[in-house]
Design a protein around this ligand. Structure first.
Ligand code: ADP
Ligand code: MG
Length: 250
């Protein structure tokens, strides 16, 4: 079965162990959520999977449909079908959204083929309409001066244009007001399908009221310590994370 399968993953940065024997299996067709307190390693996990060069993988594997992605360069991982929406999208002055996404699509084309401008803009505008984005955004520099909501919508736009097999959304809810949260969630829900797995990372349960997950995993000190269904998210919301500390210690 198609899946993003992470086994025994350990990783460190500057000699500090952040991920320790982490296991997670995300089958295509499902939406899983990872919840956990700040500093538990959620962003580290997403960056390690995306091939961030600062992290040292010391053990384990992460496979997309059986193909190892650890050790590959970020662009190779992207072409294998993994997309990471950043917690803090960077601003790239001078590179327009339209050119940025077009370049990413072009990089996926076989040698000698080009993205056709007419088809590209048709699809881009359709997706922007779905996300409620103003078309004048296409000529603006990527994320430069964008509000929190605009940055996150732009991440979802990139994601839907690239059509990845597995998506990781790192705290897509951070910095969003309730209206932006709803719009971004609509965009993510439109991408749910039987061929795609989506991993939603969040600190708060609120996002999961809009993007209802098939499974919820709790991350604590670099490991998944508890997994359950969507009710687990509500339980965390009412009991807080200290309860997990007691569970882990027991
Ligand atoms: P989360 O996303 O769950 O809040 P992070 O993955 O951002 O957690 O961080 C996990 C731990 O790794 C924290 O203790 C953090 O200080 C540490 N960490 C993350 N990035 C670095 C870095 N570049 N250098 C040193 N420590 C880091
Ligand atoms: Mg984080």
């Amino acid at each position: 079965m198609s899946s993003l399968k992470i086994e025994n993953l350990s990783a460190s940065i500057e000699g500090k162990v952040i991920l320790e024997n982490l296991n997670l299996d995300l089958p295509a067709g499902e939406v899983h959520a990872i919840m956990g307190p700040n500093g538990s390693g959620k962003s580290t996990l997403s960056k390690v999977l995306a091939g961030h060069p600062d992290y040292l993988v010391t053990e384990g594997s992460a496979k997309i449909d059986g193909t190892e992605l650890l050790g590959l360069a970020p662009d190779e991982i992207s072409r294998l079908g993994l997309f990471l929406a950043f917690q803090y999208p960077i601003e790239v002055p001078g590179v327009s959204i339209a050119n940025f996404i077009r370049s990413a699509l072009q990089a996926r084309m076989p040698a000698g083929e080009n993205v056709k401008a007419v088809d590209y803009y048709k699809k881009l505008y359709e997706k922007m309409d779905e996300l409620g984005m103003d078309r004048k955004f296409t000529s603006r520099s990527l994320n430069a001066g964008f509000s929190g909501g605009e940055k996150k919508r732009c991440e979802i736009l990139q994601m839907s244009m690239l059509d990845p097999r597995y998506c990781i959304l790192d705290e897509t809810d951070s910095g969003l007001d309730i209206d932006a949260l709803r719009e971004v969630s609509v965009g993510v829900n439109q991408m749910r399908c039987s061929e795609r797995g989506i991993l939603v990372i969040t600190h708060y349960q609120r996002l999961l009221e809009y993007i209802v997950p098939d499974k919820v995993h709790v991350m604590w000190e670099g490991k998944i310590v508890l997994s359950g269904d969507k009710e687990l998210a509500a339980e965390l919301e009412s009991k807080g994370y200290d309860w997990i500390r007691a569970e882990v210690a027991a």
